[in-house]
Design a protein around this ligand. Structure first.
Ligand code: NAD
Length: 315
C-alpha cells in the first residue's frame, strides 16, 4: 500500500481532473481541488475532496490555498483546452496555460511541494510526427498556440528540475474520451458525436474523416496519474494506446452504439489539424506497470450510457 499523501488537483472540476480526483480519493489520499469553474462543473466535484474556487492566474489566491491545504503533491490539470481559441487569441491561451502554470510552479516551489504532475499533450506537441506511434523522443513541433503553451510549460518544468531539483512528471496524453467530457468547444470529437447522435442530429466530420487519432479512456488516464504520483515518476511520458482509429471509424462505431439512423455531414478541414498521430506509451508501461484497460468499443458504450443518463435527467 502506497503512503497516503495530500494532493492538490488543479482543474479537478473538469473532465479529466475530476476522474483523477476520484481515483486518488479511492486510494485514500487527502485531495484538494483548485478550479475556477471556467469550463468545469460543480457536479463533477468529489464530495470527499476540499474545493477551492480559485483562478490559477491569481498568484496571491493560489498562495492562500497552498498555505491552507499544505499539499505534498500537485496534479496540474487546469487549462484553457481549445485549440481554436488558442489560435484566435494566443495571449489569452498563454495567460492561463503559461502564466497560470508558472504561478502553480512558484506556489509549489515556495510551499516545498515534493512532486508535480502536469497534464501535457502528445498530439498537439508532436505536430504531424514522421513515425507513429510517436515515442517521447519525437521532435517537439506544435502546430497551434495551445501546443506551444504546453511545450513551454514542459520547458519550465525541466528548468525547475535542473535548477531547483524540482521533481515532476509530464504526462503527454493522446485524445482522452469518456464520461463527463462535454460537447462544448471542439476538443472531444467523441463527446460531440455522441451528443448529436443521441439528439438525432447529423454529426459533422471535418475533412475526409480519414485523419487518425489515438483514443485513450479517461479512467486509464486517471490511473496513469495515480501511478505517476505514487512512484514519483520523473520526466515526460506518453499516455496512449498506440492504436489508430480514423474519425470515420469512430462515427460508424458510435452510430451502432447510439442506434443512430441519420447520416454524416462533411465540412472543410480545419487549419492546424494533425493528420495522423498515435502515441507509444511503452516507457510508462515499463516504469509503472500502467496498461490501458478499457478498449475503444467498451469505452464508447460507457460514454454513451453516461450521456444518455445525463440527457434523461435534464428532460
Ligand atoms: N481532453 C484531452 O483529450 C486532453 C488531451 C491532452 C491534454 N489534455 C489536458 O488535460 C487537462 C484537462 O483537460 P480536460 O479535457 O479535462 O478539460 P476541462 O476543460 O474539462 O478541464 C479544465 C479544467 O480547468 C479549469 N480551469 C480553466 N481555467 C482555469 C483557471 N484559470 N484557473 C483555475 N481553473 C481553471 C476548468 O474550469 C476545468 O475544470 C488540460 O490541461 C488539457 O490541456 C487534455
Amino acid at each position: 500500500m502506497a503512503e497516503l499523501t495530500r494532493i492538490l488537483v488543479t482543474g479537478g472540476a473538469g473532465f479529466i481532473g475530476s476522474h483523477v480526483v476520484d481515483a486518488l480519493v479511492e486510494k485514500g489520499h487527502a485531495v484538494g481541488v483548485v478550479d475556477s469553474l471556467a469550463t468545469g462543473n460543480r457536479n463533477n466535484l468529489n464530495p470527499d475532496a476540499v474545493f477551492y474556487e480559485a483562478d490559477i492566474t491569481d498568484a496571491r489566491e493560489l498562495s492562500r490555498v497552498f498555505a491552507e491545504f499544505k499539499p505534498q503533491v500537485l496534479d496540474h490539470h487546469a487549462a484553457q483546452i481549445s485549440v481554436a481559441l488558442s489560435s484566435r487569441d494566443p495571449a489569452a491561451d498563454a495567460m492561463t496555460n503559461v502564466i497560470g502554470s508558472i504561478n502553480i510552479l512558484e506556489a509549489a516551489r515556495s510551499a516545498g511541494v515534493e512532486h508535480l504532475v502536469f497534464a501535457s499533450t502528445g498530439g498537439a506537441l508532436y505536430g504531424d510526427p514522421v513515425k507513429v506511434p510517436a515515442a517521447e523522443t519525437t521532435a517537439i513541433a506544435p502546430l497551434s498556440p495551445y501546443g506551444a503553451s504546453k511545450a513551454s510549460v514542459e520547458t519550465y518544468l525541466k528548468m525547475y528540475h535542473d535548477t531547483y531539483g524540482f521533481s515532476y512528471t509530464a504526462l503527454r496524453y493522446a485524445n482522452v474520451f469518456g464520461p463527463r467530457q462535454t460537447a462544448e468547444g471542439e476538443a472531444g470529437v467523441i463527446a460531440i458525436f455522441v451528443n448529436r447522435m443521441l439528439k438525432g442530429e447529423n454529426p459533422v466530420i471535418f475533412g475526409d474523416g480519414e485523419q487518425q487519432r489515438d483514443f485513450v479512456y479517461v479512467g486509464d488516464v486517471a490511473k496513469a496519474n495515480v501511478n505517476a504520483i505514487e512512484s514519483r515518476l520523473e520526466g515526460a511520458y506518453n499516455v496512449g494506446t498506440g492504436v489508430p482509429f480514423s474519425v470515420n471509424e469512430i462515427a460508424r462505431e458510435l452510430a451502432i452504439v447510439c442506434a443512430f439512423e441519420g447520416s454524416f455531414e462533411y465540412a472543410e478541414e480545419r487549419a492546424g489539424e494533425v493528420r495522423r498521430v498515435t502515441l507509444d506509451a511503452s516507457n510508462l508501461m515499463r516504469e509503472t506497470g500502467w496498461q490501458p484497460k478499457i478498449q475503444l468499443a467498451e469505452g464508447l458504450v460507457l460514454t454513451v450510457a453516461h450521456q444518455n443518463a445525463q440527457m434523461n435527467r435534464s428532460i
